[in-house]
Design a protein around this ligand. Structure first.
Ligand code: PSU
Ligand code: MN
Length: 306
């Protein structure tokens, strides 16, 4: 495959699966280094890979290591990223060329994972939450590069909706402007990560992995730019109380403002702060929703290969 460019290292198992037309699911690495504390981050990343395998697909965790774009990393490399945590550079699209040139490491955000997955020909990706339009973006202009990547790169992203640390209404408007279909899996309502409800509607409800695969296959066949966003509600038994989690998020945002934290530190800070305020409950929910997304993404990837 010519898109296997000279900066890309595709793990043998992933390469074989792609060449044989077997299902592959991309996984990101910022969730490991910046999204969760050690050692839960490493345990979760390894468990997610196992869930993908158990559901019939090959996992491809994506990261930048020593300036190489890795599609599929080893358990040792996952451990390395998890231990290094915030000391790994959180790599969005803009960081990629410099990190390659300097032969440095980078944890791939959703945007960067999509970019690298597309280079390797991986079309389905599971994560926890995507970045979006932040609250107050009308003055800060803090809009995640994840949204721009969804607008231009052909990868289907399965997430648990967007967190209330974002402005969900503005995030949905932005995705509409950019032509990104937002699908609700077995729901009409946009899930809000820790909770199944948000008060906002998705564009379409689809009820089976096969229906999602069919819609995604059409978008690919039409050679339209950009991806598709599948929002998968956290399982009921792990979802958090809406009023409680929103209060915790408001408190975390206040503390963030007081500390003057902004830019790329925003999302990691808020995730860690919300975890602290909830006494770890938000982390448990976060882990469970990632598992749930890995399963659905694998099922969709399998349908794509039929
Ligand atoms: N949301 C989470 N966990 C995460 C992230 C978002 O619940 O780990 C990470 C993802 O890698 C996502 C990134 O792509 O944060 C978005 O950061 P920003 O808002 O700076 O674009
Ligand atoms: Mn940002």
């Amino acid at each position: 495959m010519e898109q296997f460019n000279r900066y890309l290292d595709v793990a043998p198992e992933v390469k074989e699966a792609l060449e044989a037309g077997r299902p592959v699911v991309a996984l990101e690495s910022t969730i490991i280094s910046h999204g969760m504390p050690y050692p839960q981050n490493v345990e979760t990343a390894l468990a997610v890979e196992k869930i993908v395998r158990d559901n019939g697909a090959v996992p491809a965790t994506i990261a930048i290591l020593g300036g190489r774009l890795k599609v599929g990393v080893s358990a040792e490399e996952i451990d390395y990223l998890g231990k290094k945590g915030l000391d790994v550079i959180k790599a969005s699209r803009r960081d990629v060329p410099v990190l390659i040139a300097k032969k440095e490491d980078g944890a791939a955000t959703v945007a960067t994972t999509m970019l690298i997955a597309a280079m390797a020909g991986v079309k389905v990706f599971a994560t926890g939450g995507i970045g979006g339009v932040h609250r107050g973006a009308e003055t800060t202009m803090d809009i995640s590069a994840d949204l721009e990547e969804l607008a231009m790169t052909p990868v289907l992203v399965v997430c648990a909706g967007a967190k209330a640390i974002l402005d969900l209404g503005l995030t949905m408007e932005y995705l509409e402007t950019k032509g990104v279909p937002v699908i609700g899996y077995q729901t009409e309502e946009l899930p809000a990560f820790y909770t199944r409800k948000s008060g906002f509607s998705v564009d379409y409800r689809l009820d089976t992995p096969a229906e999602i695969a069919a819609a995604w296959s059409v978008k690919l066949a039409l050679d339209m730019k950009g991806g598709m966003l599948v929002t998968n509600p956290i399982p009921e038994e792990y979802s958090m109380d809406c009023n409680y989690i929103n209060k915790c998020i408001d408190q975390a945002i206040e503390e963030m403002k007081a500390l003057g934290i902004k830019g790329k530190q925003t999302t990691p800070y808020l995730l860690a702060k919300v975890k602290e305020i909830t006494g770890g409950e938000s982390l448990d929910a976060n882990i469970q929703l990632v598992y749930n997304n890995a399963k659905l993404a694998s099922e969709i990837a399998c349908e794509m290969c039929k």
